[in-house]
Write a protein of this length. Structure first.
Length: 102
């Protein structure tokens, strides 16, 4: 299998608070990324990319210190990146450190 290079094309620091319906990613200008590596720092979150918005008790849980890795070079994650929403699960807002790739 041939190697596929992932080029970092942008980054973002996103505060995930208790906003009803969740907080969305902000895509870099000039291109729509196909991949993302997301570090969850300082507080636990939940995320959802379905029609059901995340809440403090609904959605896929991710603990502080973990990563969300949407970087399979053979898969295009554009739809997921455009629909994913995030919310904190406790009283402290989380910070997501995101690297966008093509």
């Amino acid at each position: 299998m041939a190697e596929v290079a992932l080029n970092v094309r942008g980054s973002q620091q996103l505060t995930v608070d208790a906003t009803a319906g969740g907080v969305a990613l902000t895509m870099p200008t000039g291109f729509t990324p196909r991949h993302a590596l997301i570090a969850v720092t300082n507080a636990d979150i939940r995320w959802s990319a379905s029609s059901t918005a995340p809440t403090a008790t609904v959605g896929i849980p991710v603990l502080a210190g973990a990563y969300i890795d949407w970087t399979d070079p053979l898969t295009d994650f554009r739809g997921l990146l455009l629909t994913a929403k995030f919310i904190r699960t406790g009283g402290t807002s989380a910070i997501l450190e995101i690297q966008y790739m093509d």
